[in-house]
Design a binder for this molecule. Structure first.
Ligand SMILES: *Cc1c(COP(=O)(O)O)cnc(C)c1O
Length: 428
């Protein structure tokens, strides 16, 4: 991009939009003319392409009934495998190392049930104290199923500042009692990226398996799971990937683990050619497909077909480049316009350590979020004091970001937030 250095003007934002090589993708999404969507990190917006493939899959049902499993534009029988192949470039994996199936929580249960193999003293699971609750609940319940007490067998690496987890602290906790490590790729509050390559190498040096939750990085940043030799990963597809509410999730299993028996077996994990032999002896697929369980939620897979086409056209490297740039622009504006108003930027500032959103901290965060909504801006709030703002590379414009910061400025100077209670909504 050739342009002048940062300026806080609307004209500068408009200039950035003209130079944005991804700007044409904005037209593909359903945006509201009277509001600005800054919550694509929680639920991505519907694209026309995703809507279209959903309608096409419905058409297959209408037209073929039961034969839709093998007929129509997108036969359902191997749709999870086909989507896995389309998703593989986003995580840096071979096509057969990725399967689109289950949900984040379900897939984590499957992967722990498969790869947590306690032996003697090596029987603890290492996680971190900032991870999303569902991941922790799944680990706790899997420990209990194996007869262990989560209070002693789940080790959570502490955060020094409540925002980040230091890689050194994680590595120091990799003792010979640890059998398995589960960490996020990107922290959902602070947006910190963990150094997955380094952590994987350190875990393997100590004979520990390691897996990552990619919910906050899939579709926002590139990954090299195969190259880094990560053992497994799992993620949801309704955040940056725009697969729709309740969209089917994804999982990655390193090919060196193919053949490891699924902890939670089900017939859709069968070798495709054997599945309909309907034998009581389970023959798992020799791909990541082995870790599926039951019949795929076809209608919740369908929007992903269109959505993944968009990602493969735009290119994840280009998406990351714009994401870094537009998030930097948002931070520059915040520092320039909101100085002295009590805001703290709580995400890492270095490019290689920050994900796809800005984590803006403020004592009055809950009611500032309500004010933003009243002003037609959709952020999200994370207790106790975080306003998450996600300018999404495929559909957020620089001009919108400029308006968001201007609105925040007005809310603060006019104290508009004071009319709301400083507490979260049911779904925050
Ligand atoms: C969004 C998110 C989840 C959600 O899990 P579901 O099973 O899809 O409800 C889990 N973990 C993290 C880190 C998330 O960000």
């Amino acid at each position: 991009m050739s342009l002048k250095s940062f300026q806080p003007t609307l004209e500068y934002a408009q200039q950035l939009d003209r130079l944005d090589t991804l700007r044409s993708f904005r037209e593909v999404f359903y945006l509201k003319s009277n509001s600005i969507y800054m919550d694509g990190n929680s639920l991505g917006l519907l694209s026309k392409r995703a809507e279209w493939t959903l309608l096409e899959v419905l058409e297959g049902w209408k037209e073929y009934g039961i034969d839709g499993w093998t007929k129509g534009k997108y036969p359902w029988f191997d749709l999870s495998e086909k989507l896995g192949a389309l998703m593989a470039p986003l995580v840096g994996a071979a096509a057969n190392e990725v399967i689109v199936s289950g949900s984040t929580t379900v897939n984590l249960h499957q992967l722990i049930a498969t790869f947590y193999q306690p032996e003697g003293n090596r029987c603890k699971i290492l996680a971190d104290e900032l991870n999303f609750p569902t991941d922790i609940y799944a680990i706790q319940s899997q420990l209990m199923i194996q007869g262990f007490d989560p209070d002693t067998h789940l080790i959570r690496v502490k955060s020094r500042d409540g925002r980040f987890i230091e890689e050194e602290d994680i590595i120091a906790a990799m003792t010979d009692e640890i059998a398995l490590i589960i960490l996020p790729t990107v922290q959902y509050r602070s947006g910190q990226i963990l150094d997955m390559k380094r952590l994987t190498a350190e875990a393997h040096k100590r004979g520990i398996l390691i897996g990552f939750d990619g919910c906050h990085s899939i579709g926002a940043i590139p990954h090299s799971f195969s190259e880094w030799d990560v053992d497994f990963a799992y993620w949801c597809n309704y955040k940056y990937l725009n697969g729709g509410p309740g969209s089917v999730g994804g999982l990655y299993v390193n090919r060196k683990h193919f053949g490891t028996k699924p902890g939670l077996a089900g017939w859709f994990g069968s070798r495709k050619d054997k599945q309909f032999d309907l034998e009581h002896i389970f023959t798992p697929a020799d791909t990541a497909g082995a870790y599926q369980m039951g019949t795929p939620h076809v209608l919740s897979l369908a929007p992903l077909i269109g959505s993944l086409e968009i990602f493969n056209e735009a290119g994840i490297e280009n998406i990351r480049k714009k994401s870094l740039h537009i998030n930097q622009y948002l931070m520059d504006l915040i520092e320039h316009e909101l100085d002295g108003m009590g805001f703290v930027i709580g995400n890492p500032r270095e490019d290689h350590r920050r994900g796809g959103h800005v984590s803006l901290e403020h004592q009055e965060a809950a009611r500032i979020c309500k004010s933003l909504k009243e002003n037609g801006i959709i952020p999200d709030f994370r207790a106790p004091n975080i306003i998450r703002l996600a300018p999404v590379a495929l559909y957020t414009s620089y001009e919108e970001v400029w308006h968001v910061v201007q609105t925040l400025k007005t809310i603060m100077t006019e104290k508009q937030y004071e009319k709301f209670a400083n507490e979260r909504e049911v779904v925050a």
